[in-house]
Design a protein around this ligand. Structure first.
Ligand SMILES: Nc1ncnc2c1ncn2[C@@H]1O[C@H](COP(=O)(O)OP(=O)(O)OP(=O)(O)O)[C@@H](O)[C@H]1O
Ligand SMILES: [Mg+2]
Length: 379
């Protein structure tokens, strides 16, 4: 079924998204060659108290999407080609650098994969947390100091007062990551962009940090965009999952529905590669490597949805991108090949824009869903 039904009925307590990325396209100048289309029309939303996991192979545009949300794309060589990033009623992409300064590190915070590159080695941890607080909150030095101490305690750093005077190199990797989180959260952001926040850490510390983020999220109602290669982390932490490939969204669904019944061949390939991830393989590979069997692109997905999509399209499911064998259905319009199609009230998949697909325009993906809804039987 190529449904255009609104998904409002699927979620009990409808909230407005904190963040709404709408058809974002970002490209980079590549010297003499054609521009690199890092993000090619991506839409996603993050609701309060919700974790949206963004997954997909290396280079598919996850970080560029997050960095755009902070307006941290170097321009040039980068360029926002089209789309909007709506945050609290304003389009982030249209804000001046001055306006961004008050949002960045304040209402929107980001934590990166490698904290050592984000902490300045010549300043104490205390100075760095204090700087963030003084920049974004209208408080004096004394009050900033106590907010900083509290932020360190919130993230489980023992002897916080003493630790304020230490330098980054005196902290272990796990502790530095906690400092990064303390800095990010000291200003009470409503949105946290976490780009592989735990990849560099060992498994136990990783679990602790993610649990900590979950607790802080629950107590503050913060929305989180969690970028990760680790599908175990997704299964444990995400409410909604956005699977990206080559600068586009190929699948968008609630976490349990996605794991129970991945529809797109690329997503199915990702799930088949879970054992590889367990062997500490942090980078995913190409679609051909993930989906070894090209016939996957011509088969309907398992379950009822497959039958419904298949019934509309005969034997060929118009999955975007090209199946590795190069079988491409006839497009509705020359050049305009991709569409994100809502195939069920809570599910979207990337398809070729055939005449059939073009005749049923889909609403953009937006799921007001949290895993607690499932556990409490509200979903
Ligand atoms: N500053 C830049 N200049 C030129 N190209 C860039 C720049 N930043 C990103 N890109 C390109 O944009 C594309 C998307 O990159 P991005 O960093 O978003 O990938 P990613 O999904 O975060 O990958 P990873 O999982 O490896 O972190 C890549 O092809 C990358 O080479
Ligand atoms: Mg990245």
């Amino acid at each position: 079924m190529l449904s255009t039904a609104p998904n409002a009925a699927a979620s009990p307590a409808r909230t407005q998204p904190i963040l709404s990325v709408q058809d974002l396209a970002v490209s980079f100048d590549n010297g003499s060659g054609p521009r690199v289309q890092a993000v090619a029309g991506v839409s996603m939303t993050v609701h309060p108290n919700q974790t949206l996991a963004v997954v997909g192979e290396s280079g598919c545009g996850k970080s560029v999407t997050a960095m755009s949300t902070m307006q941290l794309i170097p321009r040039p060589p980068g360029r926002f080609d089209r789309g909007k990033i709506m945050f609290e009623g304003r389009n982030i992409l249209a804000l001046s650098e001055r306006e961004m300064l008050s949002i960045r590190g304040g209402k929107i915070a980001m934590i990166f994969q490698e904290p050592m590159t984000s902490l300045n080695p010549v300043y104490t941890i205390g100075d760095q947390i204090m700087e963030a607080i003084l920049l974004h909150q209208n408080v004096g030095a004394e009050q900033a100091w106590s907010i900083a101490i509290q932020a360190m305690k919130d993230v489980g750093i023992p002897k916080a007062e003493e630790r304020m005077k230490a330098y980054p190199h005196q902290f272990s990797g796990g502790m530095r990551q906690r400092v990064m989180i303390a800095m990010a959260l000291a200003c009470q952001p409503t949105l946290l962009l976490a780009d592989e926040p735990t990849t560099a850490l060992d498994v136990t510390i990783q679990a602790q940090i993610l649990e900590l983020l979950r607790e802080l999220q629950r107590s503050r109602g913060m929305g989180i965009m969690l970028i990760t290669h680790n599908l175990g982390v997704v299964a444990e932490n995400a409410d909604v999952v956005c699977v990206m490939y080559a600068g586009r969204v190929v699948e968008y669904a609630r976490v349990f529905e996605l794991f129970d019944n991945p529809l797109h061949p690329y997503t199915r390939g990702l799930f088949n590669s879970i054992p590889l991830l367990a062997t500490r393989k942090h980078r995913l590979t190409t679609v051909e490597e993930v989906v070894k069997d090209a016939r996957q692109f011509t088969l309907p997905p398992p379950g009822g949805a497959g039958v419904e999509i298949g019934a509309k399209h005969g034997s060929l499911i118009p999955w975007w991108p090209d199946p590795p064998t190069g079988v491409k259905p006839k497009l509705a319009q020359e050049g305009d090949e991709y569409a994100l199609v809502q195939v069920a009230p809570t599910r979207w998949v990337g398809c070729f824009k055939t005449a059939e697909v073009a005749a049923h325009p889909s609403p953009a993906p937006d799921l007001d869903y949290r895993r607690e809804d499932y556990q409490s039987g509200n979903a």
